[in-house]
Design a protein around this ligand. Sequence first.
Ligand SMILES: *Cc1c(COP(=O)(O)O)cnc(C)c1O
Length: 405
Amino acid sequence: MTEVFKGSFTQQEPIPDEGIAAALEVMRHGRLHRYNLAPGEAGETALLEEEFAAAMEARYCLAVASGGYAMSTALRALGVRPGDKVLSNAFTLAPVPGAIVSVGAVPVFVEMTEALTIDLDDLQRKIATSGARVLLLSHMRGHICDMDRLMTICNLAGIRVVEDCAHTMGARWRGVASGRHGVFGCYSNQTYKHMNAGEGGFLVCDDDELMARAILLSGSYMHYDRHRAAPPAEAFERVKYDTPNISGRMDNLRAAILRPQLRKLQAQCDAWTERYRVIEGGLRETPGLTVIERPGAEEFVGSSIQFLLLDWAGQAVDEVVRRCSARGVDLKWFGAEAPAGFTSRYAHWRYAAPEPLPRTDRILDGLVDMRLPLTFSLEDCALIARIIRAEVSTVFQASGVKANA
Ligand SMILES: *Cc1c(COP(=O)(O)O)cnc(C)c1O
């Protein structure tokens, strides 16, 4: 009998009851704008910022409208100007180059490794040749590169690092929270990320002047005194006449939904990684399939899983995706010709005039990706792994070993 999976890859968990109650409270009093406060009231957004800063062990936090907005605000606060080059991963999702282009800057894409992280040798080369002063580092799909080596390279070269932690909220490298190595950490609260407000984002930072700029940029008018996880007033005094208002605030309704989720974040991360390990175990030693080995220093969050069908013919990878789909398993392939759904590759971002990256192309051509919503049980994960394993094996045998090679 052929097993079929019946679950939905796009169904997230409901908002916790506590979040629903808090959201109703905000709607009842009607003060949704973050600066619309009753006497003595802190407001959900300011409290959320304070709590997120504490959770990330950051001095300051700013809640904003999206992860993409968090990244573009970080770049603006750092003084990235139109025409400047900004280094970034070739393997990432569209909001990352989009954030760079939104400030008029030019992305310089860096190759990826088989560990799905940024290629640090290529990064060194591109630091030397591009003239860029900023790296927008994307921890794409939760894979964290050797942050010790990366920070050494960037510190020596005077490169400021902004971290895109859309897939690493709650993850750590050698005990330090993801987002806390660079000068800014950026997070997303979009439905498919680790906390769900539909839309939303965070910036964390320890630097007084940079955070003052970010808060003013986000559209604080002159209400920066209503922020709690914020630098002292003097920091704002120094920059407030030179910083434009580019509104992208979070509102109290979203913040109310997020605060109870933050309290559950660690438990959620553990639940994701438990599911990830079941699938990883089920895929090991499948002929033709390469499991991505995770470094010991990385405490990752397994909210999605990737594997490589390295050097397979495109047709054969496509066949695996189709056969799994027929059995209810929704895989995404980064080697597809055209961008589809959330999945696109650097060559599709023509507005950024990307240069060809042969090592990245080879990996993307064999890279298969799958979301792991927490609505899946561990039994679901074991079943999904059995289906992938069976279909990869069938296609691998039929196509007679690495049809490309
Ligand atoms: C989702 C995501 C973001 C931020 O996205 P928003 O939709 O703007 O919140 C940034 N980087 C990556 C890799 C993402 O997947």
